[in-house]
Design a protein around this ligand. Structure first.
Ligand SMILES: NC(=O)c1ccc[n+]([C@@H]2O[C@H](COP(=O)([O-])OP(=O)(O)OC[C@H]3O[C@@H](n4cnc5c(N)ncnc54)[C@H](O)[C@@H]3O)[C@@H](O)[C@H]2O)c1
Length: 424
């Protein structure tokens, strides 16, 4: 490799685009994606993920392409394609394999191929290396080299942006790791950490998310217990958190395509080597069941209060302040309420209405009718919902209606007498 990185970022989504733009501040970077619509919208300066602003995108020297010819013979390829699971929660590595085919077809001698997609330990060296060799005809570790650097961004988080999160890097050799640390270090102000080896870096990323999943599963389980005991989990956690070493997790729905998915990657590898990952899978089971639990708890409360009218769900995305609808668990709450015979309207100004229709068969409402709903559910704490006043919420509700708060975002709010409340 020459000392001058000529970088290609493969896959320009939530992870790839901000990274490519950051690297383009210092280096010659081409962003490649297979989705023509995505390239066209980025060329027009529009990042629908909301991660990169129009101004920054338009001012960036990042070149965009759909064409494999224009990514020939570069010296660094960074792969940031999706790593989902299939319907049986088994890792689906087809986007990673497809990216290896693309990179293999353009790979030249001396290049480094770095994977940033979240995978289980072994994918980079045992699956991607051979796949790249097969297409390129080059020898891994001699003609080209592998690297892994997990992406740790948190979409919608304007504080912990890609440049402000320590970048873990690993290379097939110590020299490759150092080259990658130098490259990332040029744009990541938080600095870099060289992991012991590629499998270690892959494992570090996957346990970061599995750890969050398990911790959230614990507070979800205690929330279910406290629900039966008639005490609020949020009140309990607020008290418990006054101890210095109590961990600050909140109960809730665990959706999206990271925390709810990555533990299955680790579990898959664990089973391959003959270990039954009990805690990891128990966490997944608990978190995956929360939507139904919440729906039943709210429907029970409505029944007990004699409320039969329609329900308004505020928020559909998998988390606050992002437009990302992938694997949102709010959908389980909607389905659970419908199964109990309730009519549910869903409002989410951040989400794309066409995507909601295509993926979930939900027609988002754009205008909220005053006084229509027997129950208002705060499902996703987008800023617009979190900052609603009691007056605004009550105005949407029929007299004596139920205000249900999945994320505890309105728990300090005073409501007029006569309204029912539910919170996780
Ligand atoms: N979104 C997050 O919060 C986050 C955070 C950390 C890590 N990750 C990991 O980063 C990876 C990417 O996630 P994302 O959220 O950016 O996904 P995404 O779906 O937003 O973006 C992926 C992009 O890759 C493109 N793509 C798919 N197959 C391709 C191929 N063969 N060649 C070129 N482009 C291709 C898609 O068109 C899309 O634009 C995943 O492994 C994910 O687990 C995601």
């Amino acid at each position: 490799m020459t000392s001058d990185p000529q970088i290609v970022v493969i896959g320009l989504g939530y992870v790839g685009l901000p990274l490519a733009v950051a690297l383009a501040n210092k280096f010659d970077v081409v962003g490649f994606d297979v989705n023509a619509e995505r390239i066209a919208e980025l060329e027009a300066g529009n990042d629908r993920t909301g991660e990169v602003s129009v101004d920054i995108l338009q001012a960036s020297s990042l070149a965009l392409t759909l064409d494999t010819q224009s990514i020939q013979d570069r010296n660094i390829y960074i792969v940031t394609v999706p790593t989902p699971v299939d319907e049986d929660n088994v890792p689906d590595l087809s986007p990673v394999r497809a990216a290896c085919k693309t990179v293999g077809s353009v790979l030249g001698k001396g290049a480094i191929v770095v994977f940033e997609s979240t995978v289980y330990p072994g994918v980079t060296e045992d699956i991607c290396g051979p796949a790249l060799e097969e297409v390129s005809g080059l020898k891994c570790g001699e003609d080209f080299f592998l690297g892994y650097s997990p992406e740790r961004i948190n979409p919608g988080d304007t504080v912990h942006t890609v440049d402000k999160i320590i970048k873990v890097v690993a290379g097939q050799t110590p020299e490759i790791a150092q080259k990658l640390a130098d490259m990332y270090g040029a744009v990541i102000t938080a600095g870099t950490f060289i992991a012991a080896n590629i499998k270690t870096a892959e494992a570090a990323k996957v346990i970061e998310n599995a750890q969050r999943d398990i911790n959230i599963a614990f507070v979800n389980e205690v929330a279910a217990i406290f629900h039966k005991l008639g005490i609020s989990a949020h009140d309990v956690l607020e008290a418990a958190r006054t101890k210095w070493n109590f961990l600050g997790f909140e109960p809730g729905l665990v959706g999206g395509h990271c925390i709810g998915v990555d533990p299955y990657y680790l579990a898959h590898r664990a089973k391959e080597v003959g270990h039954n990952p009990e805690v990891i899978l128990a966490g997944r089971r608990i978190n995956d069941s929360m939507g139904t639990f919440v729906a039943d708890a709210i429907a029970d409360k409505m029944e007990a209060g004699g409320l039969k009218g329609p329900v308004l769900m505020l928020g559909l995305t998998f988390k606050e302040n992002v437009p990302d609808l992938r694997n949102t668990k709010v959908i389980d709450v909607v389905a659970g309420l419908k199964a109990r015979g309730l009519d549910v309207d869903v409002h989410d100004a951040m989400a794309d209405a066409a995507e909601a229709r295509t993926f979930y068969d939900i027609d988002l409402i754009s205008k909220i009718e005053d006084g229509k709903y027997a129950c208002i559910i705060g499902a996703v704490p987008h800023d617009d919902y979190r900052t609603m006043t009691a007056g605004q919420i009550v105005a949407m509700t029929t007299p004596g209606g139920l205000i249900a708060d999945i994320k505890g975002m309105w728990r300090k709010m005073e409501l007029p007498a006569g309204y029912l409340r539910w919170q996780l």
